[in-house]
Design a protein around this ligand. Structure first.
Ligand SMILES: [Zn+2]
Length: 394
């Protein structure tokens, strides 16, 4: 009879691997890895003095975790994107399954079934896998540093990007929401969202340019209609390092007020690949990277993009709070189309509610709008200070 007992470990929310569970009595042992995006990594066997491990190279970086094992697994650990399971006996991977989310399970799962084999057979398998792992690690390290440089503004690789940027300047793309036939929300006091977003975007552009530190592009500088996918395509072609879409909200209740910031939601994320294919938003990965590595890299770039979007949102919020009212629980996630570029950190900012008289008055006045613009500019400065520091220390 197979005695099952489990050990679960919950990792920080938003991380790549959200849970690891190991069950089994030693002979058959099952490892289940829950991830928030599909994982394509191979499971490789390695052998060192007194040490046998199952290793997976994952497309995540930046956090560590560890846990005890059960059955044929002594312990597991996660470090710098490498997930390792220490075995207490020679085992073979008898089955590897990758499962998409189902009704009950919200996450993707990788299931590894292990069973005992002879030490001799293990050694043969480990020799083959160790070579493969060493090669992957080298390629992965190099490609990862290239990809990070590129996202951080090393504009000389890959995408045509570079066109928009002058030497050393950070490229910021501001997207005034709506325009032309699409007025957006209407203010209770009279006035349209499309006018407010354009005015705010123009002053933000002027303010940022005065610092001499940025190349600032607007998706529109006049009252004209632009399709959502074209806004994203423009941002990518200009090589945006940060994309900020400006909007003003409307609510059923007149009392709802305050600014709010959105970054991509998990549901929105599932649309990224589809839209990227449709619109030809290709992530620039160096030619010649082996397929296995470029898959991991694309995931890594997407993940890093999401992290940076969240970082900017977190810098923006306290500044908005100084400038005026903000909506409670205001860093939100949504599947807004303009947030779908796989490789441009992006936020959508709702400056306030035009259905609220105070917000409408504030956003229609030059002074009120300027307070919001100052808040955004300060957050942008802080964000690129952070990015420059990171790049310098790499
Ligand atoms: Zn809007």
């Amino acid at each position: 009879m197979l005695i099952l007992f489990g050990f679960g470990w919950l990792l920080p929310a938003g991380a790549d691997v959200t849970q690891v569970r190991i069950v089994g009595d030693g002979a058959p042992t099952r490892i289940t890895i829950w991830t928030d995006v599909p994982e394509t990594a191979d499971a490789l066997l390695t052998e060192g003095p007194g040490e046998r491990k199952v290793v997976l190279l994952l497309a995540q970086n930046g956090y560590s975790a560890a846990g005890e094992g059960v059955g044929g697994v002594k312990a597991w650990s996660m470090e710098a994107g490498q997930l390792e399971f220490q075995l207490d006996r020679p085992m073979a991977i008898t089955r590897m399954l990758r499962l998409p989310p189902t009704g009950k399970e919200q996450a993707y799962r990788v299931i590894l079934d292990l069973d005992t084999i002879s030490a001799a057979r293990y050694t043969i398998a480990a020799r083959r896998d160790t070579k493969k792992l060493a090669k992957l690690e080298t390629e992965f390290a190099k490609a990862r540093s290239d990809a990070m440089q590129q996202l951080a503004g090393g504009r000389d690789t890959g995408r045509k990007a570079a066109r928009g940027s002058k030497a050393g300047k950070h490229v910021v793309v501001i997207d005034p929401g709506h325009g032309g036939k699409d007025p957006g929300a209407l203010a209770v006091t009279g006035g349209k969202e499309k006018e407010i977003t354009l005015k705010a975007a123009m002053s933000l552009k002027a303010q940022l340019e005065r610092t001499g530190r940025y190349t600032v592009k607007l998706t529109r500088e006049t009252d004209r209609y632009i399709a959502l996918e074209d806004r994203v395509t423009m941002a990518r072609e200009w090589g945006a390092e940060l994309f900020i879409s400006l909007h003003a909200d409307a609510a059923a209740s007149k009392s709802v007020s305050g600014a709010s910031v959105y970054t991509i939601s998990a549901r929105g994320e599932t649309r990224i690949d589809r839209e990227a294919d449709k619109n030809d938003w290709k992530i620039a990965i160096e030619d010649g990277s082996p397929e296995e590595v470029s898959g991991i890299l694309e995931d890594l770039v997407k993940r890093e993009t999401k992290t940076r979007s969240a970082e900017f949102a977190e810098l923006l919020l306290p500044e908005l709070e100084k400038a005026g009212p903000v909506l409670r629980g205001t860093h939100r996630n949504a599947g807004f189309y303009v947030l779908l570029a796989p490789d441009v950190p992006a936020v959508l900012l709702e400056l306030g509610f035009l259905t609220n008289a105070d917000d409408a008055k504030r956003l229609l006045s030059d002074k009120g709008r300027q307070a919001s613009v100052n808040a955004i500019a300060t957050a942008i400065e802080a964000y690129f200070d952070q990015q420059d520091l990171r790049l310098a220390s790499n």
